[in-house]
Design a protein around this ligand. Structure first.
Ligand code: MOS
Length: 698
């Protein structure tokens, strides 16, 4: 590896809880034991739209072990008139059993609670629910009547700069292409699971989520509780990818625990996760690029349409991905949505950027072809000096450095640009590239660091380690700030009683938490006189970064990257094989090169999966999905994944105390486009609809 000379926080460090995880000592949410535990099983609607006419509870209540059946007639009431900690109103899917309306197939209509999980399941599957069915509409396509969305979430609906039509008319070369990406599902390995109980006047929930501050806050709002009386814990999380926020299982568990006054656990099945865990909306996108003959962009237009449910406005902002990428005289980006009788979509790894970069970076490749310019050179020619739309300076922008280093290591310079020119036996060979970017944000967090009497240090921060290695990263950050070896630092996470902190999301977790941990550790170090006695209870310093984070100057803050892929295509079978992949990233100072590389490679694998495999197909007749399981929903498996290399260039964030930017999602961005561009180079055929299935290649 060539990374040794570059500055990082810590050297390669295996996960601090790795041994516990591989020996089974680490307990996931559904494994934490509770005395008197009861089990809830969700019952989901079998119609896609309508009303629940009646629920035949009597027969089920007589079944062995059954304790209760909750539904819209008897469930506790919840309050949905609030704005959550992330600044948005709740997805009304979590307002369980409040009315008789069914908003989509797989809508929760009842919870059966029993002594054992098996009894609950048996009873739930026997429960007869009568519906008044109404016609439904789940058909997503580019031609839908659309609305620009109303809620200003993390990306505005429309951003306009310059006269688009005039610049297109003045362009020597115009690319006008439509792209689609399908509905995609997160499928974290560990299903959603929560146990709720009332203990000493407080509600305690043991859960699997991406942020207990967030989940505790939402539960307090929903159940009209004093936030101080709600404690949520979530220590080990087997993957989240955006799906593990407030969902039906926690609310169901709290309702049942409240009614029965005993601990109740609710676990989603894999199939239920396909209706209740959120998903990435399909997108239909149109990109128009206008350029001079030398490839300089005059016009960049990116429109993206996504679907949402009838009960929640969620936007997959595909067009937002274009706002920071390339200079152009006229810029026009629009995100729209259409409401259908489908489950609510949600954030899924690189929301917006993943599908958006597929369209934009494919269109750039088409423009390079049309102009007869190397795809990397085209991007270099359109590098903006400042935010292309915002005009704000970049905190740092090392995209060109990524392309230069990547091209050198991938062996790009000898490439014959003609498509279909390289053949090895029955295989056509091609290479492709694409740019990656993802916003590098930071959010306020609190952390406490304690100097223990035995010379060790305990860090308490309400971080979530969803499998990324965040706890290990924070151990290295704390050791660095304290100036002690890592084995003297213990990091405790995943407990809302530790105080508010950012969620594991938006690629902002490690950065936001590291900032707070660094601040607290630095102050503690200052306050410890050399040789002074430490009392038995230790000395604790607590810090809150709200002020520091709030004072950050306005800049365009992004991580960047350059993706490279080589594919082999068999034109007789339509089989596409990725043969190798390289990603070079400029993503701030890297914490723990070992797990950082893991995270980036994981993102790139998602990109391959998105390009070639993933697709949830919705049946227009039933409103449900075909193959809502891991047999029917294809994700890249080991045999699909070749040698992948991820590495980085130096790019410390000048405004961050540690220099971090965040690497949670950028590894996925552009990866699908790099594969699609390589397939074009191999075959001469553009694939604008994902996934690039064998039948589409033929
Ligand atoms: Mo991520 S989609 O911000 O969990």
């Amino acid at each position: 590896m060539t990374t040794a000379t570059r500055d990082s926080v810590g050297t390669a460090h295996t996960r601090v809880e790795g041994r516990d995880k591989v020996t089974g000592a680490a307990r996931y949410a559904a494994e934490v034991p509770f005395a008197e535990l009861a089990h809830g099983w969700l019952v989901l609607s079998t119609v896609a739209r309508g009303r629940v006419r009646s629920v035949e509870t009597e027969a089920v209540l007589a079944m062995p072990g059954v304790l209760a059946v909750l539904h819209h007639h008897n469930a506790p009431r919840v309050d949905t008139d609030y704005v959550g900690l992330l600044g948005v109103p709740p997805d009304l899917t979590v307002a369980l059993f409040q009315h008789d309306r069914v908003a989509h197939r797989g809508w929760p209509v009842a919870l059966v609670v029993a002594e054992t999980s098996e009894q609950a399941r048996e009873a739930a599957e026997s429960l007869v629910v009568h519906y008044e069915e109404e016609p439904h509409d789940v058909a997503f396509c580019a031609e839908r009547q659309t609305e620009a969305y109303t809620r200003d979430s993390h990306a505005p609906a429309v951003v306009r700069k310059g006269d688009l039509e005039a610049q297109l008319a003045a362009s020597a070369v115009v690319v006008d292409a439509e792209y689609t990406t399908p509905e995609e599902h997160h499928n974290p390995m560990e299903p959603h699971a929560a146990t709720a109980r009332w203990e000493g006047g407080r509600l305690e929930v043991v859960d699997s989520n991406q942020g207990t501050t967030w989940v505790a806050g939402e539960l307090a709002s929903l159940f009209s509780l004093d936030p101080a009386s709600v404690r949520v814990r979530s220590e080990h999380v087997g993957g989240g990818f955006g799906s593990k926020g407030v969902r039906a299982h926690q609310v169901a568990a709290v309702m049942a625990a409240t009614v029965l006054q005993r601990p109740v656990r609710v676990v989603m099945t894999r199939r239920q996760m396909f209706s209740l865990a959120g998903y990435r909306s399909p997108t239909a996108q149109r990109v128009r690029l206008g350029a001079d003959a030398d490839g300089r962009l005059r016009a960049l237009e990116h429109q993206s349409l996504n679907q949402t449910s009838t009960v929640y406005e969620f936007v997959e902002p595909g067009a937002a991905a274009s706002r920071a990428m390339y200079a152009a005289d006229a810029h026009h980006t629009v995100n729209r949505l259409v409401r259908l009788d489908v489950p609510s979509p949600t954030w899924m790894r690189a929301p917006g950027e993943a599908p958006g970069s597929f369209a934009l970076e494919s269109a750039l490749d088409e423009l390079a072809e049309r102009c007869g310019i190397d795809p990397i050179e085209l991007r270099v020619r359109n590098e903006p000096a400042a935010g292309p739309v915002s005009g704000l300076p970049f905190s740092s922008r090392n995209l060109v450095a990524c392309f230069e280093e990547g091209a050198r290591r991938f062996g790009w310079s000898g490439r014959d640009p003609r498509p279909g020119a390289r053949r090895e036996g029955r295989w056509l060979i091609g290479t492709g590239t694409a740019a990656a970017s993802f916003p590098a944000g930071v959010m306020p967090s609190t952390a406490a660091v304690t100097a223990e009497a035995d010379g060790t240090f305990t860090v308490r921060i309400n971080a979530a380690d969803i499998g990324t290695g965040a706890r290990t990263a924070l151990t290295l950050v704390a050791a660095d700030a304290l100036g002690v070896p890592t084995d003297r630092v213990r990091v405790r996470i995943g407990d809302s009683d530790f105080g508010p902190a950012m969620i594991a999301g938006g690629s902002m977790g490690t950065r936001s938490w590291a900032w707070a941990v660094t601040a607290a550790a630095g102050e503690l170090r200052q306050s410890l006189a050399p040789g002074a006695e430490i009392p038995p209870e230790g000395i604790t310093v607590r810090s809150d970064t709200a002020e520091a984070v709030g004072a950050l100057a306005q800049k365009e803050r992004h991580s960047f990257g350059a993706q490279f892929a080589e594919v082999a295509v068999d034109p007789a079978t339509g089989e596409v094989r990725v043969r190798r992949m390289l990603g070079i990233f400029a993503a701030g100072r890297i914490v723990n090169p070992l797990t950082a590389r893991n995270q980036l490679v994981g993102g790139m694998i998602w990109g391959i999966s998105m390009a070639l495999h993933e697709e949830a197909v919705r049946d227009r007749a039933s409103g449900g999905l075909y193959g809502a399981d891991l047999a029917g929903y294809h994700v890249a498996a080991h045999a699909d994944i070749p040698h992948i290399e991820a590495d980085w260039v130096d790019d410390p964030d000048p405004d961050d105390p540690v220099g971090i930017k965040g690497i949670g999602e950028v590894g996925m961005v552009g990866a699908a486009a790099a594969v699609a561009n390589a397939v074009w180079h191999a075959t001469g055929v553009r694939h604008r609809n994902l996934p690039i299935r064998p039948d589409r290649v033929l």
